[in-house]
Design a protein around this ligand. Sequence first.
Ligand code: SAM
Ligand code: SF4
Ligand code: F3S
Length: 455
Amino acid sequence: MRENNVSTQDIIRILGNGKRKAYVRSFGCQLNVSDGEKIKGVLKEVGYSFTDDENEADIIILNTCAVRESAEDRVFGIIGSMKKLKEKKPSLIIGLAGCMTAQEHICEKIRKSYPQVDFVMGTSAINALPALLFDCLKGKKFSADISEYDDFSENVVQVRESSFKASVPIMFGCNNFCTYCIVPYVRGRERSRRPEDIIKEVRQLVSDGYKEIMLLGQNVNSYGNDLESGMSFPHLLRELNGIDGDFIIRFMSSHPKDASEELINTIFECEKVAKHLHLPLQSGSNSVLERMNRRYTAEQYLKIVDYIRNRDPEFSLTTDLIVGFPNETDEEFENTLDIIKRVKYDNIYSFIYSRRTGTKAADIKDMTPENVKSQRMRKLLEVQREISTEHYKRFIGRKMRVLVDGVSKKRTGYMTGKSNEFIISEFEGDISLMGKFVEIEITDAMNWAVTGRII
Ligand code: SAM
Ligand code: SF4
Ligand code: F3S
């Protein structure tokens, strides 16, 4: 039996004072990355420091994603390659966390075929990590705790990746059961954090100098539905907008079925809320949307877009799209292209449908050949590339305030930034600008970003 209620002191006692290093790698969405920062928080508390090189690690935790098969295959590949590491260093502890591990069949596969893995923890069992670690240190062969989503890890100190951009989960889980999606099965039902905890966290982050706050949830528009206080997402946005300081509030994702006029009005009225909406469409065809259980039609979706664009014709919109949902016809795919041309998104995130065991769509016999799906994906990207090129050209000559957030991977001596509207830019500069707001003038445009110079 696994020991319960293990304290950090119990672990520190076994670990002693030696210097130990942890390698923690998160896959998938920003919510998972945020969990990874909490995992690091727990490890830091028991004395680990961190490394980006798995060869020098004493503990490796892979925080996994299950959204598409390719994500799972990638992790299995990495675990396979870690067998050698373990042979070289038998004291190495290897743990798996995240969405993959919340599926019984995956846990079984790991237990049977990957003996190098010491423990497996589910998506919300971050507080179980000390006990799992304790088991390993005491020599137990394989421990698993994928207990139900028992807490929000409210008191865990996060080791954040960035000193100026912070993710703040406002809710966990999902109630929507889109037929293709594994998330409701691995993350459970919607649970909203208490507004006072969120407000306190954001206030602290702002006073620590954070410039961008990203509120996260699978469907932020249903935030508060499970709370007695009656706090809604627009209300929460207004509360956060009232916090003093120079910072931007972003959020994702917004389910179109719950995107209200009140939400749009709130975005326009709150000066700190970014003028950008990520509104996942998934498909432009009503028949596919119905088979996906998305619970909106293309017409209802376009009504929201029109409401936004009537207030600001240039308002920035991005979306998620799935190509090749089982038995998607040419005509249904054309419907998606039509909407893309009509909405003119700033950017799209498109995925070829991936069959997920346990979801409703996994039972559909899919007659669409894989090469047709790949062709559709190429066509989709080609159409969007033309739209983006046109779109970005119109910024030439304009000024933009951007938060400097990285070093350009393409051009030496250049930094990257993001505007309030989520437009990516590149401009000459050095690392000293990182995390600061700068004003740039746009001099050129590519199909994914603009180039500018600092004014
Ligand atoms: N809750 C968010 C929403 O509804 O927009 C989405 C979260 S999901 C982690 C991110 C995106 O992955 C989805 O919007 C969808 O486009 C894509 N996705 C989810 N399941 C998929 C699947 N089985 N195959 C391909 N793409 C998938
Ligand atoms: Fe998945 Fe749909 Fe929930 Fe998004 S809203 S997480 S796509 S089930
Ligand atoms: Fe996120 Fe992947 Fe899980 S997208 S919620 S980490 S399945």
